[in-house]
Ligand binder design. Structure first.
Ligand SMILES: *Cc1c(COP(=O)(O)O)cnc(C)c1O
Length: 401
């Protein structure tokens, strides 16, 4: 594959990544998405838009976020040195604000009045509610009842930020159902609202648009780690739910001699319903109007999934990741519920960092990899902080003694 001109060719003119992705939309939505594509193509090349986004990142979000050498963690582990891209320090505590501020700014330039979205762990909801408050837009967030109970602090945050939180009560009452519900609400209010998906998933142009807004993570990290170590990292690891934080950091290294590892949640077992390891156990299918590797039941419908990390329990995955798996540019591996908690407590005790449970999956994988490598450097995208997970962790795992 040609990685020099990668961003020109992927996605292609049909919004596909080697056959994945696309836009399997109901006919009434086709002109709406054509309008979003046209607006994005125009606005994303507009100097005023680019300058405004740059200023927001610097003065409001607190970018660039640092890269940090986790020396005590590395020495305790043995082998390669671990470096963390600190997206936990991005305003609202995760990488998601990177695409939410982009989506909010796009909405503003398009003259939309309302942002609609789903949320899993609540991180996307909080980030989008933040963007809505910043831009003075209305905000409606759809969230499964199971996640509402598990992520109460984020529900309070969204409400404080002025968003309307809509509980989703059907099916498993988690992320997949929340996407269905949010999409339904959007269909009812198409002129006024814009749908802001929370990852590199959904119909074209969202996988492209979200990736483009997340590229800043990789661009910064590539420069920072070279400044710190004098070289590119040997490997880069990121957790993969829908895949936005991973695409953000991977995108800067595609054309480099750097191994890339996407880490999916192996949950609590190998049976369907016990994990959300889409790449490992899924096969191509269609979910939420795009084609990707998909965990499917016997009827080909999206299967129930589980992960200890609400932000990772999605039966599909971004189309760009599917292409990068098939071309073997990225290696996809996994980490179980219990293993990620081992890494969680290590970061707490050895580094004074309380990571998101999502991010802990990538950290655990990186620690195993670093041991095998013996030397060199591994860069991990620490996608978010764990404040949101504290009640859940303490109730189920105690204080890690
Ligand atoms: C939402 C979330 C993820 C998973 O989303 P991706 O699109 O796969 O990046 C990972 N980490 C944190 C902290 C999150 O909030």
């Amino acid at each position: 594959m040609d990685y020099k001109n990668y961003f020109k060719h992927y996605p292609d003119s049909k919004g596909e990544f080697a056959g994945y992705g696309g836009a399997y939309l109901p006919p009434p939505l086709e002109p709406v998405f054509a309008e979003i594509i046209a607006a994005y193509n125009k606005i994303s090349n507009d100097a005023k838009f680019i300058e405004e986004l740059r200023s927001i990142r610097k003065h409001y979000q607190g970018r660039p976020t640092p890269v940090y050498h986790a020396k005590r963690l590395s020495d305790d582990n043995g082998g390669a040195q671990i470096y963390l891209k600190r997206e936990d320090l991005n305003h609202t505590g995760a990488h998601k604000l990177n695409h939410c501020m982009g989506e909010g700014l796009l909405a503003k330039y398009m003259g939309k009045k309302k942002l609609i979205a789903e949320t899993g762990a609540g991180q996307h909801g909080v980030a989008l509610a933040t963007a809505a408050a910043y831009f003075g837009l209305e905000c409606e967030i759809h969230m499964g009842e199971v996640d509402i109970a598990k992520e109460a602090p984020n529900v309070s945050r969204m409400k404080l930020l002025g968003a309307k939180v809509v509980p989703v009560t059907h099916g498993l009452k988690t992320l997949k159902e929340a996407v269905d519900s949010a999409f339904g609400a959007y269909m009812e209010d198409i002129d006024n609202a814009i749908y802001c998906i929370g990852s590199v998933v959904g119909p074209h142009p969202f996988p492209m648009l979200v990736r483009d807004f997340q590229r800043v993570v990789g661009i910064e990290a590539r420069e920072q780690i070279q400044e710190m170590t004098g070289a590119l990292p040997d490997a880069v690891c990121a957790c993969v739910g829908g895949g936005s934080n991973a695409m953000g950091i991977f995108s800067a290294f595609l054309d480099d001699p750097v191994e890339l590892y996407g880490v999916e949640p192996l949950g609590k077992g190998t049976k369907l319903g016990e994990h959300a390891a889409t790449m490992l156990y899924g096969k191509p299918g269609i979910i939420h109007a795009f084609r990707c590797y998909l965990l499917q039941d016997e009827n080909g419908d999206p299967a129930p999934v589980h992960s200890i990390a609400s932000g990772l329990d999605y039966p599909g995955v971004g189309p760009e990741h599917c292409m990068l798996k098939d071309t073997e540019r990225v290696t996809y591996g996994g980490c179980s519920d219990d293993d990620c908690m081992v890494a969680f407590f290590k970061l707490c005790r050895l580094e004074g960092l309380i990571p998101a449970i999502e991010s802990s999956h990538a950290v655990h994988y990186a620690l195993e990899l670093a041991k095998k490598m013996k030397q060199g450097t591994v860069l991990v995208n620490l996608s978010g902080r764990g404040d949101k997970d504290l009640d859940f962790v303490i109730e189920n795992y105690g204080f890690g003694e």
